[in-house]
Design a protein around this ligand. Structure first.
Ligand code: FUB
Length: 320
């Protein structure tokens, strides 16, 4: 073997070794952000935003939402782009963070996008709901109008404060929707999942920016969210003994991520392990508007507090 061949062989071997073992980011064929994983019938469905901005763009370009599925947390199968702002006749503009949840065999896909100027709104960010009989669609607008329009929330003056919906269904069947940028809003949902059941409530969790994610583990409720870090967003969390709070702030669980100003949490327990989903900007040509979803393990202490999530290139191992 001559010297240059040996060098080439070694480089190729190193690349193979790296690609073979570096799971993060988990999706390499698209730029994906705002992970929203659910487990249904022993399959993990991962709903994502989809960044399509050019390398020079200084803003988001997000035309649709994507779905991937996995049964081992390592191999992710692309299931299509079943929802876009075009699904909603009232919507225009970008496809910001979304969240899908199942109830009684139907899948409700809550989106943040932007509203046309019409009789229902003067524009700005709005939340809609699409519905399907399958986790991978096809989805149709479940209401025919937005669930939340900018005019319904009055605590913040900026037009994009009604983004990032996250839905949680408690053990007693009561569903809640949480959302917001600049402040956290929440409301009860009726059993039909497409109407609010009561007023909109406002909260200001410590350092809250956006991206709430709510779930229950044992007897505790967890609220994770993107918070103000020194230079970029990080993830804070709070706990409560009720989904209506009061929430006790417990601190930062994940530091800012490389090469992206935003970060966004998603959590599932699958086959006995706890997983933390987030995005960063580390794929080649990536950045704040060309992000990529990663997964790392999550660990709880005996008292229910969450240990700091360590961001790794290796990611997680396949589970049976
Ligand atoms: O992806 C667009 C916006 O960036 C999301 O709605 C926020 O959570 C942030 O990740």
């Amino acid at each position: 073997m001559n010297t240059s061949f040996k060098i080439l062989f070694t480089l190729k071997f190193c690349l193979f070794f790296q690609l073979g073992y570096a799971q993060n980011p988990i999706i390499k064929d698209f730029f994906t952000a705002d992970p929203a994983p659910i487990v249904y019938n022993d399959v993990v469905y991962l709903y994502t935003s989809h960044d399509t901005a050019s390398t020079t763009s200084k803003n988001y370009e997000m035309k649709d939402w994507l779905v991937f599925s996995s049964t081992d947390m390592v191999n992710w199968e692309y299931q299509g782009a079943p929802v876009s702002p075009k699904t909603f006749s009232w919507a225009t503009g970008d496809a910001y963070a979304a969240h899908c949840t199942e109830r009684d065999g139907k899948f409700y896909f809550y989106v943040s996008t932007f509203h046309k100027e019409d009789e229902n709104s003067k524009g700005g960010a709005a939340i809609g709901v699409a519905v399907s009989d399958s986790p991978t669609g096809p989805f149709v607008d479940a209401i025919g109008k937005a669930l939340v329009v900018n005019e319904m929330t009055t605590d913040n003056k900026h037009g994009w404060d009604d983004i990032d919906p996250a839905v949680f269904i408690d053990d007693d069947g009561q569903a809640y929707i949480y959302w917001g940028n600049g402040s956290l809003k929440w409301a009860k949902l009726k059993d039909n999942m497409i109407e609010m059941d009561g007023p909109i409530n406002y909260l200001n969790p410590e350092n809250f920016i956006e991206g709430p994610w709510v779930y229950k583990r044992k007897d505790l409720y967890y609220l994770l969210y993107a918070s103000k870090g020194e230079k970029a967003e990080q993830i804070d969390y709070a706990i409560a003994t009720s989904p209506e709070g009061p929430w006790e702030h417990k601190g930062v669980i994940m530091e800012s991520v490389p090469n992206s100003f935003t970060v966004h949490p998603g959590v599932v327990t699958y086959k006995g392990k706890d997983y933390f989903f987030y995005h960063n900007g580390v794929l080649p040509t990536g950045g704040s508007y060309r992000r990529s979803i990663c997964i790392d393990y999550m660990y709880y202490n005996e008292d229910g507090t969450i240990q700091k999530v360590i961001q790794t290139e290796a990611g997680v191992e396949a589970v049976d």
